[in-house]
Design a binder for this molecule. Structure first.
Ligand code: ADP
Ligand code: MG
Length: 393
């Protein structure tokens, strides 16, 4: 479905007020009762209902009357809230073409007033199997904030926090620019994902560089967990940049060794196949650390001098807490287990998931966003002042 993102330009302050009211209601309602939306938005003369109709028409909301009359945000609605906030903050002024689509994200070019192009990643955690997860796991069923909105926001926050911390420690990652809701803005990496690269001048050098990154990450207490040819970008000078951090874990994670070995194995496999590098054989039955520490052998997790605690200290400082780390890890692991456990279910065309997919900004053309007149010089974001108690009961 092609969606006209120009619509953003024509949405009024009242439209955004009601959209924000739905978002707030979703903190504890999967479907927000219309009366509650009206109460939070508190527009005059029953204006909320007219606005709801307009938002529904533009597919920013989904109407559900199965249990009671109510609404929830679509991905598109959530996208618009994040985009609008970014524009109001002056982070970018225009959204351009889509440059990437991952299993759990959509990536777009965005540009600043001066023409600088950056990358915007919209997280879609739970897009593929939210349904299965939700219906099966008890601990999720009783936690209504465990919805796609919450998980996507958590993934974005984690990605942003990690990118920032890694950048500060000199790792080759995109520069983190800003984060809001499920949206992360970062510098645009020049180059291509390694998976698209058919030939390298110095495959050995690139291989060693990448392996060195895995080791250095572990020395800093971290494992990427999805370190493969899709998440490694490479430019014309064969300079490497790593991306995609929502699934990273600490070296103190109970499955750390397995994740580490898997990352290493991915790189070995890919370079062996694509660039025909050959490696010394290793006896799988013996722990690598016991064999030797010869430089030509695979890096072994146990022989790395690791500094655990990086996560707790530095990431907490950037707003990502241990509790959130645990929550997202639980989800991602559960997700993997679900995927392996029951093929198909939850990833198929079931009502909830497919409807969400349709309403994303997939085919948007070029969008110039005009900044709305700020309500005050201090607070340009549209905020709704309501007493939290009134709707968090
Ligand atoms: P996912 O978690 O969905 O895999 P990624 O962060 O890996 O998302 O991004 C998906 C694709 O988007 C990447 O393979 C890459 O092609 C592109 N991409 C992501 N971030 C950037 C960036 N900062 N600059 C350029 N391209 C990017
Ligand atoms: Mg990726």
């Amino acid at each position: 479905m092609k969606l006209d993102v120009d619509v953003l330009r024509y949405l009024s302050r009242e439209d955004f007020r009601v959209l924000t009211a739905v978002e707030m209601g979703m903190r504890n309602h999967e479907i927000v009762p219309s009366v509650l939306i009206d109460r939070i938005a508190s527009l005059k003369h029953g204006g909320t209902y007219k606005v709801l109709k307009n938002l529904l028409k533009h597919k920013l909301l989904h109407h559900d009357a199965s249990k009671y009359d109510g609404f929830r945000l679509t991905y598109l609605g959530y996208d618009f809230l994040a985009i609008k906030t970014m524009v109001n903050r002056g982070v970018f002024t225009a959204v351009g073409r889509q440059i990437g689509v991952g299993k759990e994200s959509d990536i777009f070019e965005v540009s600043r007033e001066d023409g600088t192009i950056m990358a915007m990643k919209l997280h879609r955690l739970g897009r593929t199997s939210f349904r299965a997860v939700k219906s099966k796991r008890d601990y999720l069923r009783h936690r209504n904030n465990y919805n796609w909105l919450y998980l996507s926001r958590l993934a974005a926050l984690k990605e942003y926090a990690f990118m920032k911390a890694l950048e500060e420690h000199g790792f080759p990652v995109p520069n983190s620019v800003d984060c809001n809701r499920h949206c992360v803005v970062m510098s645009l990496v020049q180059g291509y994902p390694l998976v698209q690269v058919k030939e390298l001048q110095n495959p050995e050098v690139v291989f060693e560089t990448i392996l060195g990154l895995i080791i250095r990450l572990a020395e800093h207490g971290l494992i990427h967990c999805d370190f493969n040819e899709f998440n490694i970008m490479i430019d014309d000078d064969e300079k490497v940049t790593m991306i995609d951090f929502p699934q990273m874990v600490s070296v103190s994670h109970r499955n750390a060794q397995m994740y580490f070995d898997r990352d290493v194995e991915c790189i070995y496999k890919f370079f062996g196949k694509r660039f025909k590098l050959t490696f010394e054989e290793q006896d799988d039955n013996v722990d690598a650390s016991e064999v030797d520490t010869d430089e030509s052998s695979r890096p072994s997790f146990s022989s790395i001098n690791k500094t655990a605690g990086f996560l707790d200290k530095e990431l907490a400082a950037s707003g990502f807490t241990r509790k959130e780390q645990d929550e997202i890890e639980r989800f991602i692991e559960g997700d993997i287990e679900e995927d392996a456990g029951d093929e198909g279910e939850g990833t198929e065309d079931n009502g909830h998931e497919s409807e969400l997919n349709k309403t994303t900004i997939k085919d948007l053309g070029s969008l110039q966003l005009k900044e709305e007149e700020p309500t005050s010089s201090h607070n340009k974001e549209d905020r709704i002042e309501v007493n939290q108690q009134t709707f968090e009961a």
